[in-house]
Ligand binder design. Structure first.
Ligand code: GLC
Length: 551
């Protein structure tokens, strides 16, 4: 099948976590006026799209992923009026806006749930998923993604409701056509206001397996996600319906978040002929360091496997569908801390990682702060953490008698708060993020790592990001060209070719702290880009990236 060219394939996305981006009111929380003030900065990176995490009315039990009014922008962020100004200021600059759509669940303070829980006869009762308890406990043994039972008891209905996340995030019942039609109405509401795309939160989870059978004891959480929670029997029916009823009326981009999708079932979500989504985020490479007990049981990751995941997904979507290329977001550690070296090779490895992101096939996503090489935090006490996932995991570990000193290390390594510390603009008070008390602790390294310093240094990570983004945009080969790993078994080097018509590139990255032997054997290829100023013919320096072009 001939691949279609699209604006969203050729663009680059910048992701904003608004509460940590820029505060303009002094209340310690980022806001949309802050985003407006930084639009010229974002534009200067060369990106074309901004995905903004949820900004709707919310009690914020999960920082906006628990919505209590889908059609209202939270006043804390500036309300609907500021939002409309944001859209217009973005469009003036030729920037597209992608909103987060969170419709697997609502907040328990959403009027639908407040009604639903009052009685089985209420017209909203069937908007959610209810079951009778079993042996004076929940209906089955399902566990929430954020620890503890996935069911909570409700007295008025004498039943349990399902919540795959916190108990304040009841799952919607997509079997109910009224729920689906409400969701399409919400989509229409925002798209008709000029929104250019949607990132669909945990969209792979919306169709449930209604037998609600117990999960076998031996299944790992990753398997449970894949086989029990995600990819339910009606998922493709719902996505096709959403597309035909509403999305196809607009020229917008959609990207689904796909926990539990895999190489076998993932491609169908984005196959062009299936008319469901444009792109999906799979997590094969971002769960690569999860140990037998999941995220907070981290293990050293296997680099050969890491490369294999990129090759396999590229192959799976080669002729039908499109990939999303990302290494982190608001749910994972900082990319330079996780896949690079945030100590002595912070600059080099951050530059390597953006070279990787800009030279793979698919649409690249950059997360705020990565462009200046922001790093993980390691607070001395759990009390300094805010993320509900980390806090619940902490309580569960304590209950299970875990070694809490060791567990704190796992929190340092994996907590979502690593990516949620305020954006570091300057070396002044609170890194220029707020004049008030920040909602979450800053990373202490802001005195050194900040946008202002990076602007002054022409060799900064920030300026290298700008160069790499514009480099990608110059060559259609880097967007559409074929991809082949040329050294799949090498345990330090990632070496691949990209080919598109007459354009051909060879790209090599040294994912290690050591000098590694490697020689370009093909003199027709000329080195045109590197994150090092000078380099040897015989070896690659630590975390060196090079791009060679066929001349
Ligand atoms: C997604 C979001 C995450 C949120 C969860 C529940 O994974 O990215 O931040 O906590 O869904 O909505």
């Amino acid at each position: 099948m001939k691949r279609k060219n699209n604006w969203w394939k050729e663009g680059v996305v910048y992701q904003i976590y608004p509460r940590s981006f820029k505060d303009t009111t002094g209340n310690g929380l980022g806001d949309l006026q802050g985003v407006i003030e930084k639009l010229d900065y974002i534009k200067s990176l060369g990106v074309n799209m901004i995905w903004i995490c949820p900004i709707y009315e919310s009690p914020n039990r999960d920082n906006g992923y628990d919505i209590s009014d889908y059609k209202k922008i939270s006043d804390a962020f500036g309300g609907n009026e500021t939002f409309e100004r944001l859209v217009s200021e973005m469009h003036k600059r030729d920037l597209k806006i992608i909103m987060d759509l969170v419709v697997n669940h609502t907040s328990d303070e959403h009027p639908w749930f407040k009604q639903a829980k009052t009685s089985k006869k209420n017209e909203y009762y069937d908007y959610y998923i209810w079951r009778k308890g079993k042996n004076s406990g929940p209906p089955n043994n399902w566990q929430s993604v954020f620890s503890g039972d996935a069911w909570s008891y409700n007295l008025s209905t004498n039943e349990y409701y399902l919540h795959l996340f916190t108990k304040n995030q009841p799952d919607l019942n997509w079997e109910n056509p009224k729920v689906r039609s409400q969701v399409y109405g919400i989509i229409d509401f925002w798209l008709s206001k000029g929104v250019d795309g949607l990132r669909m939160d945990v969209i792979s989870l919306i169709s449930k397996r209604n037998s609600f059978s117990d999960v076998p004891e031996k299944m790992s959480f990753a398997q449970v996600m894949e086989k029990v929670y995600a990819n339910g029997p009606k998922i493709h029916k719902y996505l096709k319906e959403m597309n035909s009823k509403i999305l196809k009326k607009y020229d917008v981009v959609t990207v689904g978040e796909g926990p539990g999708i895999n190489l076998a079932c993932g491609p169908k979500y984005v196959a062009e002929n299936e008319k469901e989504l444009n792109m999906i985020f799979h997590f094969d490479h971002l769960t690569i360091d999860f140990g037998p007990n999941g995220k907070y049981d981290p293990v050293t990751y296997d680099f050969i496997k890491f490369k294999e995941i990129f090759s396999q997904w590229d192959k799976a979507l080669e002729n039908n569908g499109w990939n999303s290329i990302f290494l982190g977001n608001h749910d994972f550690s900082r990319i330079v801390s996780r896949f690079g070296n945030d100590k002595i090779y912070r600059e080099e490895s951050a530059k390597l990682l953006i070279t990787l992101l800009m030279t793979l096939r698919g649409t690249p996503y950059i997360y705020q702060g990565d462009e200046i090489g922001m790093t993980n935090i390691s607070h001395p006490s759990i009390d300094d953490y805010n993320d509900v996932e980390s806090l619940n995991a902490w309580e569960a570990a304590k209950k299970n008698g875990a070694n809490m000193k060791e567990f704190l290390k796992a929190i340092h390594w994996q907590s979502r708060d690593n990516a949620r510390t305020p954006m570091q603009w300057t070396d002044k008070k609170n890194a220029g993020f707020t004049t008030g008390n920040p909602w979450i602790k800053l990373n202490k390294n802001y005195k050194e790592i900040n946008v202002e310093n990076s602007e002054k240094d022409k060799n900064s990570i920030l300026n290298y990001y700008r160069q790499m983004i514009s480099f990608r945009k110059k060559y259609p080969c880097l967007v559409y060209g074929s991809f082949k790993d040329l050294l799949p078994e090498h345990d330090k080097l990632f070496f691949y070719e990209r080919i598109f018509n007459q354009e051909q590139f060879l790209i090599i990255h040294n994912f290690s702290n050591s000098y590694t032997r490697w020689k370009n054997e093909n003199s027709q290829y000329v080195k045109i880009k590197s994150n090092y100023k000078s380099s040897s013919q015989e070896e690659l320096s630590p975390w060196e990236s090079r791009i060679y072009k066929l001349e």
